[in-house]
Design a protein around this ligand. Structure first.
Ligand code: MTE
Ligand code: MO
Length: 247
């Protein structure tokens, strides 16, 4: 991580120091070469975890995507929201951002969309393949503007499980990964209540418990310690599940 920042910093300094030269194609190819070299190094040392999760075809989609953990949100507010097709749902973006956001479903629909067919693996020993659609988390982060010093993205959820609010978190590498999306559709239909309506995260290189359902808030933080049990997620706090749940 340090090493990457030093490299990127050095490159940025080089670019700003050589504004005129930067127009020349020789300089561009030098920079591009350095970037490619750097990306290769990055990959070989496993720093950025930029690999993609496997994607599948429509014929692989599981006939039924089971629900697990909370399968509904047992509050009057949620029932009322469901009755309106979640038209009043608000997704708050807060914390270490330049500008707090409050996004409606319409706002989420208006962003560029990504559709991906992936396999969900639950630690309890089942898997399902589903097609998810929604904007990349990076679109929302770019809109809010992530402040220097932000290191994690915390996902707040509407449901309470065993007396505590469900929540999860990831680092910025996963947050900006192209397959990290805020899904509002499963298999071409609005997300069912069972699977987290109206919004849930898909973080495709990690296990099922990271895929926060009933998403109400996205918070940028510099440390996970002050949040709930301090381990970065509901199951991490309770059962010692790994915070980085790589598949
Ligand atoms: N808000 C919330 N998100 C959650 C859970 C939960 O109980 N509440 N369970 C997690 C677990 S353990 C799994 S395997 C998946 C299940 O997603 P599904 O219900 O769409 O199968 O959601 C994850 N996200
Ligand atoms: Mo799970």
């Amino acid at each position: 991580m340090k090493r990457r920042n030093v490299l990127v910093g050095a490159m940025a300094a080089m670019v700003s120091a050589c504004d005129k030269v930067s127009e020349t194609s020789v300089f561009r190819s030098l920079v591009d070469g350095a970037q490619n070299w750097h990306r290769g190094l990055h990959r070989s040392l496993g720093f950025g975890r930029i690999e993609m999760a496997p994607e599948y075809t429509k014929s692989d989609i599981s006939p039924f995507f089971r629900g697990n953990g909370s399968r509904d949100v047992d509050t009057d507010a949620y029932r009322a929201s469901e009755a309106e097709g979640f038209a009043n749902w608000q997704l708050a973006v807060t914390g270490l951002v330049d500008k707090d956001l409050s996004l409606s479903l319409a706002d989420i629909h208006a962003l560029p969309q990504r559709t991906q067919i992936t396999r969900h693996d639950c630690v309890e020993g089942w898997s399902a393949i589903g097609q998810w659609t929604g904007p990349q988390l990076s679109e929302v982060l770019d809109q809010a503007g992530v402040k220097d010093g932000a290191r994690y993205v915390v996902f707040h959820c509407a449901d309470t499980l065993g007396g505590s609010k469900y929540y999860e978190s990831i680092d910025l590498d996963d947050a900006y990964h192209p397959q990290t999306i805020i899904a509002h559709e499963l298999n071409g239909e609005p997300l069912p209540v069972l699977n987290g309506a109206p919004l849930r995260m898909r973080i495709e290189r990690q296990l099922g418990y990271k895929q926060a359902k009933y998403l109400t808030g996205i918070e940028l933080v510099d440390s996970l310690k002050p949040i709930a049990g301090g381990e970065g997620g509901y199951w991490e706090d309770r059962a010692g599940y790994q915070w980085y749940a790589g598949i």
